[in-house]
Ligand binder design. Structure first.
Ligand code: ZN
Length: 238
């Protein structure tokens, strides 16, 4: 498929983009918020991220020209004056992108930039997790086949900052975190259908074995453990 570079192309192909938003990493717009001479927030948005954001009603407005649902393509907030903002939106029926400010748009515009930013960041994090999924190409021969387990790395939320990754059993509902370097259990996020005193010793042993196998991640060489470490550094380099 061709690269998506316009909002009309994104609207027409949104189902394809939503299937694999991480593949659509080209920049398409920018969101920002600032005050007088100060920029509090400024961020380039990818096609995949915008497509995911458009799934939220906060990113829809009613086109004042034709009344159809339009999709926000750009927003800018002004922090100092209590959240004054302006937006641009694409109306598929008109086939045009319109600019609105708080006066022109009136009540048709419901969203505030902080709400829009929160949605964007949550969607971005979920795309990032999908990208950093270590077993997404693992089949039945793997200890962690992709249709039964989710194994991924995400941005660090630990007090110690040691490299760790998540393992989740999709059907049984448990989720744990494991240290990548010494392959030990760090935290149980969810026990799922296991008992509350379970130490997940069997899973830790499986991770040890799986870590020695070559990674199936596209364009990557080395073991699963090396791939996990690489993803950790990619996620936590800033
Ligand atoms: Zn319209």
């Amino acid at each position: 498929m061709n690269e998506i570079s316009t909002f009309s192309a994104l609207h027409e192909n949104i189902k394809t983009v939503l299937e694999k938003p991480s593949l659509f990493a080209e920049k398409i717009t920018r969101f920002s918020a600032g005050g007088l001479g100060a920029c509090a927030y400024s961020d380039d948005i990818t096609v995949g991220e915008l497509a995911r954001s458009w799934q939220h009603k906060e990113y829809h407005i009613k086109c004042p020209h034709c009344g159809a649902e339009a999709y926000i393509t750009q927003w800018a907030g002004k922090v100092g004056s209590g959240g004054y903002w302006e937006i641009k939106a694409y109306c598929p029926r008109c086939g045009k992108e319109y600019r609105y400010d708080m006066y022109a748009a009136g009540n048709a515009c419901r969203a505030h930039w902080t709400a829009l930013r929160k949605i964007l960041q949550e969607e971005r994090e979920s795309i990032r997790i999908e990208t950093a999924r270590l077993n997404k190409r693992d089949g039945d021969q793997s200890l962690f086949p992709f249709d039964k387990y989710k194994v991924w790395v995400q941005r660090d939320d630990s007090p110690h900052g040691l490299a760790n990754m998540h393992v989740c059993h999709l059907q049984d509902g448990w989720e744990i975190k494991i240290f990548i370097q010494n392959v030990e259990l760090w935290q149980v996020v969810n026990y799922g259908n296991r008992s509350k005193d379970d130490g997940f010793v069997d899973v830790v042993m499986m991770v040890k074995d799986w870590f020695r196998s070559p990674t199936t991640m596209p364009g990557r060489v080395g073991t699963n453990q090396e791939a996990a470490q690489y993803e950790w550094e990619a996620c936590n380099d800033d």
